[in-house]
Design a protein around this ligand. Sequence first.
Ligand code: SF4
Length: 366
Amino acid sequence: MRLMDYSGPELIARICLSEDSATKNRLSDKNVLLISGNTISLIYSDCIQEFNLTGECKFFDNDTVFVNSYGNISLMFSFAEYSQTIVVTNKCNSNCIMCAYTSSFRRDTIDTDANYILEQVVYLPDHTEHLVITGGEPTLKDLAFFKLMKAIRDRFPRINCLLLSNGRSFSIDNICQQALTSFPKKTLVAIPLHASYPELHDRITQSSGSFKQTIIGIKKLLSLGIAVEIRIIAFAYNHADIINIARLIDNELHGVSIVNFMAVEMCGNSAVNSSDIWIDYNSAFSACEAAIDLLISSGIDVGIYNFPLCSVPHKYIGLYRKSISTYKVRYGEVCSKCCRKSMCGGVFASSLKYAVPEMKPFKENE
Ligand code: SF4
């Protein structure tokens, strides 16, 4: 959907499908897009602009949308959901060879504005229970990032907050202290560990010193009582080292809340570097098995994400999560014959062409 010939500022707004809904949102000072018949009224500050509705409205009452400077409207927060995501920045201090964004995208896109980051908190639905904070690397926004976390904590004191970070910033004492005073109480910092030793991890992140910073960051967060999840993404470059990553976690990173094993998403840098990245799901999961067994035997919780169910041996089914966002999930043609499709999380859209030869439908009673 688009506001034709729009010439106003970029802004966040609530979709309203009735006057009543528009009045409620205006009373709490929110920008509004009131859709009535074939007309869209954009109401913000003390301006009202009217546009013809072109095409079908795919939004629902109280959805939050972003209007860009060309008048394009995109969904930010679906009102029907209890889990939402805030993207703090596209910038990152690493450039992982399997990042789902290309390095040119991260380098060339305009960085997010501090006010825009904070304003998103105002538009989160009241019933939000789970919030993902992601980037790029969110901590690079420094002041705006910590203001964001504090604003979330003030508005939603009991929210479950998942912060996706490469962990490097937390090697700095001052950053850890600010985390302590601003993060919502139930914040889990999810940090990927790509290898058990500096040379390989730094080659994957293409950032010298990143392994050391990440390990120090994880230890500092744990020492302050901030919950940490470690993510192990299994791909061609690191699969032979995954058992050693598990040993490192077991020996040195005491107190992590969970270790999640993940299949790679084949877009962005992953697609550019596909010959170095792709490994079939069965081989990727095989490389994780001994590591999973080791961590479980040490009493560490484990999860399995982004793998198709047919690549996960039955004994690990209890750890399996349907984890890929609905709009990114794809299944192969053979999946229509699979009697466990409803339990399977499928594969990333960008990984489908690599996955299809491996998909093996479950038969009745299997
Ligand atoms: S065949 Fe398809 S639906 Fe069945 S487990 Fe494999 S990927 Fe999932």
